[in-house]
Ligand binder design. Structure first.
Ligand SMILES: Cc1cc2nc3c(=O)[nH]c(=O)nc-3n(C[C@H](O)[C@H](O)[C@H](O)COP(=O)(O)OP(=O)(O)OC[C@H]3O[C@@H](n4cnc5c(N)ncnc54)[C@H](O)[C@@H]3O)c2cc1C
Length: 438
């Protein structure tokens, strides 16, 4: 079987290694010139289970992040969180992670750098390969790992595309620390609905640096960024003048996973299939888990004596999408509902929810990891007692959001068993309605 992985994204590299192990002839085409130029120069948070589940070592110099402080939108309060060490994420250097994933993949397949994949080739609706540096390359299966703005999707039959408001536009930079300023009271400070706008910001004390992020949903004008940075610097005087790493504008998907991520001869993975938890990230862990699901589905078909073309058919690849939705993606649908709900809450209500005892620390930790919470009737009554009668309308709003979130999770798990255009259309229409609150 011949497989082309377009883009050395996290999931693509992992799938390339797994499928290349004696199963298929795999080539990865990556636009960047080398592993160190590939993705982000900084460190990002990943659950250590992403590595243990893949049988990989946590990259060297990864470190744990346990404390978070969340600031209410109107600045009225702050909530400190302390994650148990066993549950905390590790911050992993991306260049190390890239290098290790590439090194591992190269044991089992070819990784070609400096190669720009511009389009898919197809015949009668079936993907037959890619155009790379202007030349056609044939494959039984193309794995699209080119990230959020995949140039390939338009060439595959009916693959989900995002809308502008499903993208988080982010400025991320690591500044030199201003040691003349007093030590910061909060080591990892995150602002929800920063300045009352649809977005977040953070200032994280990171040794001799301060990690700064400003993000807005949909778009972020230069003016918004300038204003947000100036407020952030005023409130966090340890942020120095000079940028040491990053400093660009990046784009992250913040929508539930693609309801159509496969087609004949094509499978999207990672950000190309929106596998991040809306507003909460974890795209690295999800992509690594998805790679295992995709390679298992292809390997199982080949082991059962199916041809390469059957193994790469939409009917077979649908099993990959189904596994992803039932094991991981359904929760992301629930979180998408919560993202929309939280962004629609008035600032004072969100501030109260965050800082009062209505949500426990365990609730907030769970939410921050993308695990939707459920508040039962008895517990809701207790919360009314804690909050007071005047807060009943706000609690009802929260309850309705949580109920819808759970409906979305249940429906997402009822993803059609088999690939059928009609059944998929019915399922995704219902799911879209629940998530969008129509
Ligand atoms: C500021 C920021 C902070 C983040 N923080 C976290 C975090 O803390 N934890 C976490 O898990 N995730 C985080 N993420 C998200 C994470 O980076 C992604 O979810 C993850 O990398 C999976 O994306 P991907 O590998 O599918 O795509 P990408 O990371 O976009 O990789 C795509 C690859 O394809 C290559 N490529 C693109 N187009 C072409 C082409 N035409 N031809 C050939 N090659 C091509 C690119 O060069 C790149 O190497 C963050 C992202 C950003 C921007």
């Amino acid at each position: 079987m011949r497989i082309i992985v377009a883009g050395a994204g996290i999931g693509g590299l992992r799938a390339a290694a797994l499928l290349g192990k004696g199963r298929a002839d795999v080539t990865v085409y990556e636009r960047a010139d080398s592993a160190s130029d590939m993705r982000y120069p900084w460190h990002d948070d990943v659950s250590p289970s992403a590595f243990t589940d893949s049988g990989l070592e946590l990259p060297k110099d990864s470190f744990i992040k346990k404390d978070w402080s969340f600031v209410a939108p109107d600045g009225s309060g702050i909530r400190r969180m302390h994650e148990e060490e066993s549950k905390a994420d590790y911050s992993v250097w991306r260049t190390r992670l890239n290098a290790e994933l590439v090194e591992y993949a190269e044991k089992y397949c070819a990784v070609r750098f400096g190669k720009n994949v511009t389009a898919l080739t197809s015949d009668n609706g079936r993907v037959t390969g890619v155009v790379v540096d202007g030349r056609e390359e044939k494959a039984d299966l193309v794995i699209d790992s080119t990230g959020l703005d995949s140039p390939l999707k338009q060439g595959a039959k009916s693959i989900t595309r995002h809308s502008a408001d499903e993208v988080f536009v982010v400025y991320r930079a690591f500044y030199e620390k201003n040691f003349e300023a007093p030590e910061a009271e909060h080591s990892n400070k995150a602002y929800l609905k920063h300045m009352g706008e649809s977005g977040i910001a953070w200032a994280i004390q990171d040794g001799e640096l301060v990690d700064v992020l400003v993000g807005r949903l949909g778009e972020m004008s230069d003016e918004t960024l300038k204003r947000a940075l100036s407020v952030l610097k005023r409130e966090n005087p340890t942020i120095g003048e000079k940028t040491v790493m990053g400093g660009g504008i990046y784009r992250i998907p913040v929508r539930y996973p693609a309801t159509r991520m496969v087609s004949d001869g094509y499978a999207a993975i990672g950000d190309a299939a929106y596998m991040t938890i809306p507003m909460l990230g974890s795209g690295i862990a999800s992509s690594m888990a998805a790679a295992k699901m995709l390679s298992d589905v292809v390997a199982e078909a080949l082991d059962a004596g199916k041809s390469a073309s059957e193994a790469a058919s939409s009917e077979n690849l649908w099993k990959y999408q189904r596994r992803f939705f039932t094991e991981i993606g359904a929760n992301h649908c629930g979180v998408d509902v919560m993202k929309r709900g939280v962004l629609s809450f008035p600032d004072d209500m969100l501030g109260w929810l965050l800082t009062s005892s209505v949500l426990t620390n365990a609730d907030v930790c769970s939410l921050a990891k993308g695990n939707p919470i459920y508040i039962g009737f008895g517990e809701a009554l207790k919360k009314v007692r804690t909050a007071g009668i005047g807060k009943i309308p706000a609690l009802l709003k929260v309850n309705s959001m949580l109920t819808r979130s759970h409906r979305a999770i249940r429906l997402a798990r009822r993803i059609p068993e088999r690939y059928s255009a009609e059944a998929i259309a019915r399922w995704e229409k219902k799911l879209r309605r629940i998530i969008a609150g129509e």
